[in-house]
Design a protein around this ligand. Structure first.
Ligand SMILES: NC(=O)c1ccc[n+]([C@@H]2O[C@H](COP(=O)([O-])OP(=O)(O)OC[C@H]3O[C@@H](n4cnc5c(N)ncnc54)[C@H](O)[C@@H]3O)[C@@H](O)[C@H]2O)c1
Length: 450
């Protein structure tokens, strides 16, 4: 690993503009989004459809259609109000349906965004790839472990592009963090600590149920799919994250983001062992997903990952990752990455004050013989560097740009099915460990429970 001195550190930061903030070096990261968009030839336009038009699906689509040469032509969803709103957003010309298979038979659609609840990710993605469509599938890629191999195989057999939607993998902030770690900015990585603290009802997934929610406006059987067949329940429909039948709790919703970020930055395939604990401490509203979860994961690259998520935080909401290395720490917080280093002093120091005066004097004399008082024995100055994404930067835009570039060129995406399965498979180890009350093993290369 290349050792990083101050000069090479600045070189690593090449392509950024230097600034100054409270004595720290703050640099703005370069982003392609500030460059004028290159026009796309008409025959290179991509027509897309959205499957699952809720919060994320609508947000994804808003971003996707900003990428030059991308047009939305159809939307499938199980709640009529969302289909109507999509027409309000994107015009009456878009085709809408409750049944996504009607979209897949259309020849004018090149790619689909799958933003359904997790328990539909595999089926909708596999059906779309078999129908010849490229797929942008939201995270977590899987709901059940069995989904992973099936999706990987479908992408391989159909030669379709499958991008999983953990947008951080395309972020300029995460790219800078990856570059800094590889250049030795924090020395040898020992520990990654990631947390996500929430303090609101929305943060705890209590999303609004529309006033017209009923078996008329909602296609309940289609929403349920392979989930247990229970009578219509509007909370299950609109707040599905709270039940394991449709989502996978904190692990699938949030751990997975922290795993994809960690795997992208470190280049690791994933953990080999996991243990998790937690509980339902605050939101005792009938959900079966936890609101506090802590997971510990072993990586054979020689570091541990510690993840903490809680929806019970009475303090400030926050989210971030800290990479602790032998020579410093690297912190990712929102759209910034910073490095803090307090280099160790060269002499070991001493603790003599409890000994007799005579002993203290003799020890100090012998210490100074071994470590003369020079500048080199003083503690080196701490260093701090911070990199900030440009104002308004969107990693989702970059993630979609990467997807659509792959749709055009047939080159690999940044987050293919194997990457997506390794991140989601690692995240679900947390639930497995909780269920079994035991440490669980995972082979990150073979992508199998061990
Ligand atoms: N990348 C991110 O940062 C991010 C953020 C939020 C959500 N997500 C992911 O996006 C997905 C959707 O989450 P959301 O918050 O938008 O949920 P949501 O409940 O708001 O929307 C899901 C929509 O899917 C529809 N749906 C359900 N079954 C369907 C089917 N068989 N066919 C077509 N439509 C169907 C529902 O009617 C609903 O409108 C989840 O997998 C979630 O993990 C990702």
């Amino acid at each position: 690993m290349q050792k990083l001195n101050r000069r090479s550190f600045l070189r690593v930061a090449g392509g950024v503009t230097a600034g100054s903030f409270l004595g720290a070096n703050v640099r703005s990261l370069a982003s392609a989004q500030t460059a004028p968009a290159t026009p796309v030839a008409a025959n290179d336009h991509i027509q897309i459809a959205l499957i699952g038009a809720g919060g994320q699906g609508q947000g994804d689509t808003r971003t996707a259609v900003q990428v030059p040469g991308v047009k939305l032509v159809a939307v499938a969803d199980c709640y009529d109000g969302r289909l109507e709103h999509c027409k309000e957003l994107w015009g009456n010309d878009i085709f809408t349906t409750r049944d996504y298979r009607e979209i897949l038979t259309r020849k004018d659609i090149d790619a689909v965004i799958v933003a359904t609840p997790d328990h539909w990710h595999k089926q909708a993605s596999v059906d779309a790839m078999r129908a010849g469509k490229d797929v942008y599938c939201e995270k977590p890629m899987i709901h059940l472990y069995a989904d992973g191999p099936e999706m990987i195989e479908a992408a391989r057999a159909t030669r379709r592009i499958l991008q999983v939607g953990s947008q951080r993998v395309s972020s300029v902030v995460y790219a800078k963090a990856k570059e800094l770690l590889a250049a030795g900015a924090i020395g040898k990585l020992n520990l990654v600590t990631a947390h996500w603290d929430r303090n609101s009802s929305m943060g705890a997934w209590n999303y609004t149920v529309p006033l017209d929610a009923s078996t008329e406006s909602c296609d309940w059987p289609r929403f349920l799919g392979t989930a247990p067949q229970i009578p219509f329940n509007a909370e299950h429909f609109f707040q599905w994250r709270k039940w394991k039948a449709y989502g996978s709790g904190v692990a699938g919703d949030l751990f997975v983001h922290l795993f994809s970020g960690t795997h992208f930055i470190t280049g690791s395939h994933g953990p080999t062992r996991a243990m998790a604990t937690g509980g339902l401490r605050f939101w005792k509203d009938g959900r079966d997903a936890l609101d506090v979860m802590v997971g510990l994961f072993d990586y054979r690259e020689g570091f541990n990952l510690r993840l903490c998520v809680n929806f019970v935080d009475g303090g400030e909401e926050s989210e971030g990752l800290i990479f602790t290395g032998s020579e410093g720490t690297m912190e990712i917080a929102y759209n910034t990455v910073s490095i803090a280093r307090s280099p160790r002093r060269k002499d070991p120091g001493y603790t003599t004050g409890t000994f007799t005066d005579a002993m203290q004097k003799r020890l100090l004399e012998s210490y100074r013989q071994e470590y003369p008082l020079t500048h080199s024995s003083e503690a080196p100055a701490a260093e701090y560097e911070k990199y900030v994404a440009p104002e308004g930067y969107s990693d989702s835009y970059d993630h979609f740009s990467n997807f659509f570039a792959a749709v055009r060129t047939r080159q690999p995406v940044v987050e293919d099915a194997a990457f997506g399965y390794r991140a989601a498979g690692a995240a679900l180890l947390g639930n497995l460990s909780m269920d079994r009350g035991a440490v669980v093993g995972w082979d990150p290369d073979a992508m199998k429970l061990a």
